[in-house]
Design a binder for this molecule. Structure first.
Ligand code: NDP
Length: 325
């Protein structure tokens, strides 16, 4: 395993990491989580991602129980959570000082930890001034409850504003963003955030590197039983992501993976790893075998030379650097 710095911070994250969205506390239980997390940890994964919203808090409970059961040294892992969707009450969601403070305490309790390494604002909150959010995060840092804070799916302009406010008032600035990034979804990471890597040393912990499993190629011949697209509540996945256009792109990429002597998921993850502005690729898995397979992407990444990358661009046709605007 290689480790990358979280942008300009001293913290080092494994290039591949593991998340708990959809899976823990929902699609699969603790037994599967123990196996998946153990395989990942044994391969050198140090970063485990969760959020208050995942399975209504159950994902954090599962992860916390696994940490406890496996007894890993706290220093050997980097644990994150995210605040935004905490419940139904008027103050149970968003990025107010109140919800940030309460969400952090509840996440720590569910995870059975004293502090979070990373704490993300899961979405921008138009109903809270950015300054209130920056001050609330800074307060948690000073309390020793979180070490770094960041954003998820914020615009570059809002991240920059948060950074400027932090600098102006001597508060802790955001260090990282958690954006979607995969072969079918590139604009933000490859274009919009470019100035932020240079100017504020932004790190990125990218999500859905397989576009929810589409880039594993498994949907080429319909929807396999037990896959994410069969789960209740994921109709949007079937409607949006599993479009004929996207399924066709995945099919066209297969021959390149074959030429590289790897599977399509390994190839798709390796492609994400090639971007130096990605601090870590957060993988997801509903089965231990998927973790084992996906970890091998690390060996594949060096095989993606400029000729291979050019072949990929020809198929994808969505390079943000080549778009007109
Ligand atoms: P992926 O796009 O990699 O999708 C993972 C899913 O794809 C798995 O659960 C599994 O689903 C399928 N899969 C994985 N590996 C294979 C394989 N080798 N062969 C076949 N199928 C495979 O990542 P996620 O969408 O899960 O996102 C990763 C993490 O990112 C999340 O767990 C979460 O921590 C974070 N995230 C953050 C968000 C944010 O807003 N900040 C939003 C979404 C995710 P199945 O077997 O069920 O079909």
């Amino acid at each position: 395993m290689n480790y990358r710095r979280l942008g300009s911070a001293g913290l080092k994250l494994s290039e591949l990491s593991l998340g708990s969205w959809v899976t823990y506390g929902g699609q699969v239980g603790e037994e599967v989580a123990v196996k998946c997390m153990s395989i990942a940890y044994d391969q050198g994964v140090n970063f485990f991602d969760s959020a208050e919203a995942y399975a209504g808090g159950k994902a954090e409970i599962v992860m916390g129980n696994v940490f406890k059961k496996l007894g890993w040294a706290r220093e050997s892992i980097v644990v994150s959570s995210k605040v935004f969707w905490g419940g139904d009450g008027p103050n149970d969601e968003g990025l107010s000082r109140k919800h940030i403070y309460e969400a952090c305490r509840k996440s720590l309790k569910r995870l059975q930890l004293d502090y979070l390494d990373l704490f993300f604002c899961h979405r921008p909150d138009p109903n809270t001034p950015i300054e209130e959010t920056v001050r609330a995060m800074d307060y948690l840092v000073h309390q020793g409850k979180i070490l770094y804070w960041g954003t998820s799916e914020w615009s570059a302009a809002d991240i920059m504003r948060a950074h400027e406010l932090a600098r102006e008032y001597d508060l802790t600035p955001p260090q990282m963003e958690q954006p979607q990034y995969n072969m079918l979804h590139r604009e933000r990471v490859e274009k919009e955030y470019l100035p932020l890597y240079r100017e504020i040393g932004l790190g990125t912990t990218i999500w859905s590197p397989l576009a929810s499993g589409l880039l594993s190629g498994k949907y080429a011949k319909g929807i396999p039983p037990g896959s994410r697209a069969t789960l209740p509540g994921y109709e949007w996945l079937r409607k949006n992501t599993l479009s004929p256009h996207n399924i066709e792109k995945a099919k066209q990429l297969e021959p390149i993976a074959r030429d590289l002597e790897c599977t399509l998921p390994q190839f798709a993850l390796a492609w994400c790893l090639k971007n130096p502005n990605v601090s870590t690729v957060i993988t997801g898995a509903s089965r231990p075998e998927q973790v084992t397979e996906n970890m091998k992407a690390l060996e594949i990444a060096p095989r993606l030379d400029s000729a291979v990358l050019e072949r990929i661009e020809t198929i994808l046709g969505n390079n943000p650097q080549k778009s007109q605007d």
